[in-house]
Write a protein that binds this ligand. Structure first.
Ligand code: ADP
Ligand code: MG
Length: 332
């Protein structure tokens, strides 16, 4: 049982997603590697535009990668047919979006909203009702069961959205900025729910946010920069299930990709004046990275090269000479 819990449920290997926008390619994921073990409660952070939603949509079967490999719960998502991917979305994942309205129907009651996805599975009315009531209880909203969604606060709607995402007993819960539009008290409550679900059901949960405070609520945080995993923050110790506060010391580790590349955070690069070149020195117990400021290529504006080649090609000296020579022939 324990060995099973340690098996990876997600393996992303060199994942690439390119969007084509008006003749331009946007590389939203640039060779992303990620392994998530079954039962993990983890966070994915990164600034806006770093590729978080793109990754989540691919994990949720809403989008397909352009290249790379991705296995979720033993299924190779690149090889699934469209109908198999539909099944995957229904059976394997639960999704919570930033705007809860995306999963919910405003004019239906909280209970009906939770029953709705179960309808697709032909679950009996009695079973649907029972499970919907359990799920509402799980998020602390039993007393709001007959309220229409439009009669609930944003935070309460988001809690109903979590219940809806759980209705089909997913193996994996994906949440994209779930606390982005709720107040602090509701955000805390939502994180408590995710923690509770993870403890009680051992539900693998990935929470995406641009808020670094997310680290306080999960066991591991992966930071994405420019469509690649750049660092991981691990909680040093975590007492489980005894109601105690989580361990609060973290270690941030830089991630090396399979080719040995790593990203040096922008703040550090700026602090050290690191630009295009650096020198690596092996020192006792580690490697020292020093900025280089006397390299001939240092400070060269690569853009200027592209501007030159973008415009009409320049004549070589030989071409200029031939042109002048031919002209002279015309004149004589
Ligand atoms: P995040 O969720 O971290 O803010 P996204 O995954 O939404 O980032 O976006 C990553 C990059 O891909 C951004 O540069 C964004 O503009 C681009 N992008 C996202 N979705 C699309 C799309 N449907 N079409 C074109 N470009 C997109
Ligand atoms: Mg996003």
């Amino acid at each position: 049982m324990v060995a099973e819990a340690k098996a990876p449920i997600i393996v992303c290997d060199n994942l690439v997603r390119i969007y084509r926008v008006a003749e331009h390619d946007v590389m939203a994921l640039q060779g992303l590697d990620l392994v998530v073990k079954a039962g993990e409660l983890m966070g994915i952070v990164g600034v806006s535009g770093s590729g978080k939603t793109t990754l989540l949509n691919i994990l949720g079967g809403l989008d397909r990668p352009s290249a790379g490999r991705i296995m979720v719960n033993g299924q190779n998502l690149l090889k699934l047919s469209n109908s198999a991917l539909d099944q995957y979305r229904l059976n394997t994942v639960g999704f919570v979006w930033q705007q809860s309205a995306r999963n919910l129907v405003a004019y239906m009651s909280a209970l009906r909203n939770i029953e709705l996805p179960m309808t697709l599975f032909g679950v009996s009315s009695r079973m649907k009702r029972r499970r919907a009531e359990e799920l509402l209880d799980l998020v602390g909203l039993s007393d709001r069961r007959n309220h229409k969604l439009s009669e609930l606060s944003g935070g309460e709607q988001q809690r109903v959205a979590i219940s809806v995402a759980l209705a089909n007993k997913p193996k994996l819960l994906l949440a994209d900025e779930p606390t982005g539009e709720v107040d602090e008290a509701n955000a805390q409550r939502i994180y408590q729910i995710f923690k509770g679900l993870n403890h009680e059901l051992n539900l693998t949960t990935l929470i995406v946010s641009h808020d670094l405070n997310l680290a306080k609520h999960v066991d591991r945080v992966v930071a994405i920069r420019d469509g690649k995993v750049s660092s991981e923050t691990l909680r040093d110790q975590r007492p489980r299930g005894d109601g105690a506060e989580h361990g609060s010391t973290f270690t941030e580790l830089i991630v090396l990709d399979s080719a040995g590349r790593m990203q040096i955070p922008k703040e550090l690069r700026e602090q050290l004046g690191l630009q295009r070149y650096a020198r690596l020195e092996v020192v006792e117990g580690g490697i020292l990275i020093r900025p280089v400021d006397d390299h001939p290529g240092h400070g060269h504006d690569t853009n200027s090269v592209f501007h030159e080649t973008d415009s009409a090609p320049k004549e070589t000296r030989l071409q200029q000479w031939i042109r002048r020579w031919l002209k002279r022939g015309d004149e004589s």
